[in-house]
Design a protein. Sequence first.
Length: 664
Amino acid sequence: MEFQVGLWNNDWTSFVRFWFTVLLSLQVQFGPVASCPKECRCDKTFVYCNERSLTSVPLGVQEGYKTLYLHNNQINNAGFPLELHNVASVDTVVLYGNQLDEFPLNLPKNVRVLHLQENNIQTISRAALAQLPMLEELHLDDNSISTVGVEEGAFREAVSLKLLFLTKNHLSSIPIGLPVDLKELRLDENRIAEIDEDAFQNVTNLQRLLLDGNLLEDEAIAPGTFQNLDKLRELSLSRNSLTAPPPLLPGGSLVKLNLQENQMQDIPVTAFFGLGKLEKLDISYNLLQTLPLGVFDGLNSLTHLFVRNNQWLCDCSIKWVIAWLKSLKSSLNVRGFTCYKPERVRGMVIRELTLEALQCPAGTELHPWVTQVPTSPSTTPHRTTSTPRNTRTTITPFTTLHPTSSSSPTPPLVHIPVGRFPPLGDPLKLFLNVVNSTCIEASWESYFTVTAYKITWVKRSKGLMTDKSQERTVSGDQRRLTLSTLEPRSTYRVCVYVLDTLNSYRPGEDTMCLEIKTKTAPINSNTVTESEQAARQDNNSTLLLAGVIGGVVFVVLVTLLSLFCWHMHKKSRSSSSKWKYNRGRRKDDYCEAGTKKDNSILEMTETSFQIVSLNNEQLLKGDFRIQPIYTPNGGMGYRDCHLSNNSIAYCKSSNVPAVDFCHT
């Protein structure tokens, strides 16, 4: 801009008019010139009319405003005034959480972003979208839109539409007539049960397609449905009922493929063929038990592989997976390869298993790195010879694992080049040899060429590792190391780690460990030193002294125990002599009831009572009488007394308790 200073000096009115025009244009560009609607709050280019229980869009929204917030109100389809359509400056309208049942009319004509989610929209007309030629992003999530409610070709009227979100609706098929420039389409959480072959015929610019949570089965997806989507980068088909990945996927562009939470039990070996740009693959939460050899061939760009929550069977059919996992580059992130059965290895990570820990079913023969070539009925089966180790041939990704049976026909076989994968065995093998009581020789073999190896050895004591671990790093071309100065008759755990160029390692992945016990040290009397002899003599003396002390203590304990037992026995006899039952000790110790002495009397001596049998002729047999023997002062306190039957008995004196009779 040039300022004509000389002219302005002559014409002051022109100078003032120029700056007034500049300020007016700046105000129109950066700030509204109209007043804010009385029901709303305005801030620069934003109009906040949300959460005000409005039933219609307020009047007074004029030029200068860009974003109109109307969410969480009660606006219905009749609440859009005609003047709103002519406000050209508004490019974003937020209308979620209202009471719309149709796609609204009279929206601002230049709107680019429109939020209509969480309403009750059931129908979409071509006329409504034809009013929005600038619309690029349309949110229709969580409504009640069905396939019959969308007028055919309605979305095609929005010629600039690039992002269309239809999550959580009632669609049973793909809407017909999608915009040509559409880049992202979300149809997850609907009721789509069928996809026609030409459903995506015109949307060749589509980059992201989400079909999660629908009712899709294998036969519901027409072959080649996704084949012409040359720019598709992400395809998500999780939470459906697929038993296998859909065929003919766009391999030239696909970067992310989600197939989790389906019903897949087997994956064809050609399922991922041609997906050279695929970086993320998720087959988690399926019913997979095994994978065919070579199923991941050609996935050279793969960086994330998720296989969680499958029923992985850790038998001989999974051996190639172990070898493949151990041959992977460190940049590949693999998650979820965990054994489900058999029970003895359940929960163990497949990558950390050794091939010797796996078992094959009886009668099964495994051909190492052999694949089966599919043949037509007219093709004659034949078998090729083994390929030399250093040669390369074409890989045919079909596995063979068949029982050894003479009745079943032998399928045609072709060998996989060994240079592509490690052999059917651990790519790192360790061998230990005990040289003598203090020396072990460790040797190893590695299928891969590595920078260096790290060897560690540690002694085990009572099943636990000691903290005195030793280690040594050797170059990648070395295959042998002697471990010396070890302890005799000791168990050592020796491990070999594969190091990369940064001398880092991953325990449990590129590691092999074995345990071995050293020999007993030889005993040679001619070479025993004086100190060793003195030590042995001291040990013998200590043992002898301990034996003598132990013997003396034993004798003393036995003697004390004998004395104690004798004392207790004597005391027991003395006590029993005072308290016992007797049968007639002296004539004075019992009384007679006018009859001759009866040796059957049972008496309790040195007490206050006795029991006397009354078995004379005048008393009934079986009658007994209890009477006291001694008075409290030690004298006899009895007197003769007559019974009612003229019997004579000893009766009590005045200080003797009364006599009781017992009858049996």
